[in-house]
Each structure stands twice: as structure tokens, then as C-alpha cells.
Write a protein that binds this ligand. Structure first.
Ligand SMILES: Cc1cc2nc3c(=O)[nH]c(=O)nc-3n(C[C@H](O)[C@H](O)[C@H](O)COP(=O)(O)OP(=O)(O)OC[C@H]3O[C@@H](n4cnc5c(N)ncnc54)[C@H](O)[C@@H]3O)c2cc1C
Length: 304
């Protein structure tokens, strides 16, 4: 029986791993993909303390991983499908087998929220993307549209100007939600053309994206805009399916106390998956640290 199973190898899970091994817990981390999480898809992190001038997302998180492995954290490729409560412990159903553990930390982060318009699903991977850093280079000297107005949308629109000749930024309001510094940089970029008060109603194309139908919310007019790619950044959806109906959630985000314990003792949550006012690397790392310490306290209380 493990003391702690960490589900998810992003900044929250890896930080929890560092604190857990240093607390002497018998711990394993399961990651379904490559360790690193969401910042693997981020070109540059400019707000993580200790790196003036910024650091590449993949580089930052590979340091997290190296640090955790150096301390002895076991990181395995596996997906957790379900958490099943048992007597004073939990059973986890994995892609390969099952494991029993006293505590489990859900650090599964979020995934992109789809736009939900016609053509999106059909043309996914054929011009429709949710990751500029993964797919941006396919659109060299082409025209793309970025949908959204928050930090991720505006940052990625700016990033895409490295490749694309023109980037439409389609936003439903007449002002962006992104932080001012991010907005100023993007709006000063001549390749970025904002389409204010506009929504995409349909993505069209035979075998690949050819155009989007854009509705102006002020005039009601719908017109086609020729694009080769569409990057969707309209929010995120939490990966909380493995504890569905087991712990309290709000809009799918897991509710915890200040020590990262959920409504069910022994199940903890950390990072972007949590109901929290800020979803960043620094908050995910802090949550992970706290969660590991709480797991250790919980286990010693169980033993006494
Ligand atoms: C485009 C973009 C730009 C960003 N820019 C910044 C920035 O500049 N600065 C900043 O601080 N933050 C930034 N962020 C936010 C930052 O990436 C997140 O806050 C951080 O990665 C959250 O860490 P996490 O560990 O909670 O989740 P994630 O990083 O999402 O990691 C979760 C991991 O869990 C794994 N997983 C999910 N379900 C399972 C399962 N069932 N079994 C096994 N593994 C599973 C996933 O594969 C993933 O690797 C950005 C995010 C995006 C998308």
C-alpha cells in the first residue's frame, strides 16, 4: 500500500512529489503523457520568480522534473481512470492495473474548452488547434484566427505572429481581458488585427480550414473571413472526471480547504484543477507543496 499517489505530472504534481519524498512518504506519481503539464506548451514564462528575462516553459518544468527525480520521486507513465473508496484507503484503477494508497492527490490540471461551433470537431487537427506552440509553425506566411480575449489568447496571438503573416484576434467584447502588459504588446503588433465584439459562428472547409463565419454582435452582420488556421482559447475545462461524484466540485473544479484536502478525507487536490482565484505555475507549485505536507499529517493521524 502506497502512502500517496500523485495523479498528474505538471508543476503541482511534481512540487508535491518533491515535498512528499522529503517527508519520507512512499509515493508514486502517474502521468498519462510527458511530465511537465500545461507549461510544456508555453513558449516563455515571464512571471516565475528567479528567472529575470523569463524562461522557456519546457525548460522550467524539466527542472522541476529533474529536481523531483534527483530526490528519488518515482514517475511512471500511466493514466488513472477512477478513484474508488475502500476501508481507510483508496483503490486507483489505472491503464495498467490497480494500486492501493492511503491518500491520493489530484493534480490533473485542465484541458482546453472547445468553442462548440459547427466544423470545429470535424476540422480539429486540420487547421483547428488549441496549442499555438505545438502547431504554430504549420502556418508560416498564412492567415490564422485566434479566438478569445484572455491572457492565453492574446499571448498566443502574439506568438503566432512569428509564423503567420496575419493574425485575426476575435473577441466577443470591445476590450480584451488580458493583463495590460500582454495587451499592449499584442495591440502594438501590426500583424494582429482585432475583430471586436465578434463571435465565430462556424468554421468552414472541405479537408482543412478555409474560412470562419464571424458575427458582429453590435450590428448582427455575419461575414466570412478567409483563414488557414483557427486557434481556440476560450477557457479551460477541469480534468476532474476521476473523482466525479466523490468530492465536492464547483463547475467541475475541486473544492478544497486551505490545506488542499477535499470534502473526502484522504483525497487532496492541487493546482489548476482546484477552485482557486489564480491558475499559474507558482500557485500550482505552492498548492502541491502544501498538499504533500497535509497528506503526511493525515497519514500520521491515521496511524495514531
Ligand atoms: C498557453 C498557456 C500559457 C500559460 N502561461 C503561463 C505563464 O506565463 N505563467 C504561469 O505561471 N502560468 C502560465 N500558464 C498556466 C500554467 O501552465 C498552469 O497554471 C500550470 O501548468 C498548472 O499546473 P498543474 O500541475 O496544476 O496542471 P497541468 O500543468 O495542467 O498538469 C496536469 C497534468 O496531469 C496530467 N493528467 C491529467 N489527467 C490525468 C490522469 N487521469 N492520469 C494521469 N495524468 C493525468 C496531464 O497530462 C498533465 O500533464 C499558462 C497556461 C497556458 C495553457
Amino acid at each position: 500500500m502506497k502512502d500517496l499517489v500523485i495523479v498528474g505530472g505538471g508543476p503541482a504534481g511534481l512540487s508535491a512529489g518533491i515535498y512528499a519524498v522529503r517527508s519520507g512518504l512512499d509515493v508514486v506519481l502517474y502521468e498519462r503523457g510527458a511530465p511537465g503539464g500545461a507549461i510544456l506548451n508555453t513558449e516563455k514564462i515571464e512571471n516565475y520568480p528567479g528567472f529575470p528575462g523569463g524562461i522557456g516553459g519546457p525548460e522550467l518544468v524539466s527542472r522541476f522534473e529533474e529536481h523531483a527525480r534527483d530526490l528519488g520521486l518515482k514517475i511512471e507513465t500511466n493514466e488513472v481512470f477512477e478513484v474508488i473508496p475502500a476501508e481507510k484507503h483508496y483503490r486507483l484503477r489505472l491503464r495498467n492495473g490497480e494500486i492501493a494508497t492511503r491518500t491520493v492527490l489530484i493534480a490533473t490540471g485542465t484541458g482546453p474548452k472547445p468553442l462548440g461551433v459547427e466544423g470545429e470537431e470535424r476540422l480539429r487537427g486540420r487547421g483547428v488547434s488549441y496549442c499555438a506552440i505545438c502547431d504554430g509553425a504549420f502556418f508560416r506566411d498564412q492567415t490564422v484566427a485566434v479566438i478569445g480575449g484572455g491572457d492565453a489568447a492574446v499571448e498566443e496571438a502574439h506568438f503566432l505572429t512569428k509564423f503567420a503573416s496575419k493574425v485575426y484576434l476575435v473577441h466577443r467584447r470591445d476590450a480584451l481581458r488580458a493583463k495590460k502588459a500582454i495587451q499592449d504588446r499584442a495591440l502594438a503588433n501590426k500583424k494582429i488585427i482585432p475583430l471586436w465584439s465578434s463571435v465565430v459562428e462556424e468554421i468552414k472547409g472541405e479537408d482543412a480550414v478555409e474560412e470562419i463565419m464571424v458575427k458582429n454582435l453590435k450590428t448582427g452582420e455575419v461575414k466570412p473571413v478567409k483563414v488557414d488556421g483557427v486557434f481556440v482559447y476560450v477557457g479551460v475545462k477541469p480534468n476532474s472526471y476521476i473523482v466525479e461524484n466523490l468530492v465536492e466540485t464547483e463547475n467541475g473544479f475541486i473544492v478544497t480547504d486551505v490545506e488542499m484536502m477535499t470534502s473526502r478525507p484522504g483525497i487532496l487536490a492541487a493546482g489548476d484543477i482546484r477552485k482557486t482565484p489564480l491558475r499559474q505555475v507558482i500557485t500550482a507549485a505552492a498548492d502541491g507543496a502544501l498538499a504533500a505536507i497535509t497528506a503526511e499529517k493525515y497519514i500520521s493521524n491515521l496511524e495514531n
